[in-house]
Ligand binder design. Structure first.
Ligand code: R5P
Length: 229
């Protein structure tokens, strides 16, 4: 039996697939909302839609293969027509906080070069300002404690991400994730820039000024927000 949130995720997944046209190279994001999108996209591919997907995580790659979606990788591609991805928080300017599943680096590489980026989410992801969700920051394993100490000087507590069995979570790029409590992030660009300047930081989960369209699912249906830039 599907819960309300899953039903809303399915609605936005179906709507997003309508934007995928024959011949497109499509960035495939990561996360539970995207898992539904992959299912729908697989159905369209089986009905004849001719596309190539670029997965942003091993999990997405595995699921896409199971659904019969043809894949390529970044070494074969110079242009991505469209990327579809999820988010952990979306603010009023359509800036995002991402990385709850630990896929932020590959997502940002793909999402940032796509000609169009569509984000799909249920309405619980809409927030007035980013930061209630801990900000994921991917760091190299070597010296992570030093990097964490450096990050904590920005007035946050960085927690090393662990799995349910208490082992350290390792990303698809063999790095660690520090989940950082900032409470509120009023200036995401400034914070992102400060973090990126720190040696040891690979990438942050702040996706600023990248989104073209957000499709939100709620019990009343779906609504689309278009970024006017
Ligand atoms: O690393 C994970 C990604 O950024 C996901 O897109 C994000 O966490 C949203 O995932 P979900 O659709 O499961 O809420």
């Amino acid at each position: 039996m599907l819960n309300k949130i899953d039903r809303n995720k399915i609605k936005v997944a179906e709507e997003a697939v309508r934007y995928i046209k024959n011949g497109m190279t499509v960035g495939l994001g990561s996360g539970s909302t995207i898992d539904w999108m992959l299912k729908k996209l697989g159905e369209s591919v089986n009905e004849g839609l001719d596309i190539k997907g670029i997965p942003t995580s091993y999990k997405t790659e595995k699921l896409a293969r199971e659904y019969g979606i043809p894949l390529t990788d970044s070494s074969n591609v110079i242009e991505i027509d469209l990327a579809i991805d999820g988010a952990d928080e979306i603010d009023e300017q359509l800036n995002l906080l991402k990385g709850g599943g630990g896929s932020l680096v590959r997502e940002k590489i793909v999402d940032s070069v796509a000609k169009e980026l569509i984000i799909i989410a249920d309405e619980s992801k809409l927030v007035p300002a980013l930061g209630d969700f801990l900000l994921p920051v991917e760091v190299v394993q070597f010296g992570w404690e030093l990097t964490a100490h450096h990050i904590s000087q920005l007035n946050c507590v960085p927690y090393l991400r662990k799995k349910d069995n208490n082992e350290i979570f390792i990303t698809d790029n063999d790095n660690y994730i520090l989940d950082c409590s900032f409470e509120k992030i009023p200036q995401p660009t400034r914070l992102h820039e400060k973090l990126k300047l720190m040696t040891g930081v690979v990438e942050t989960g702040l996706f600023v000024g990248m989104v073209d369209r957000v499709i939100i699912g709620s019990d009343n249906g779906i609504r689309t927000h278009v970024n006017e830039f």
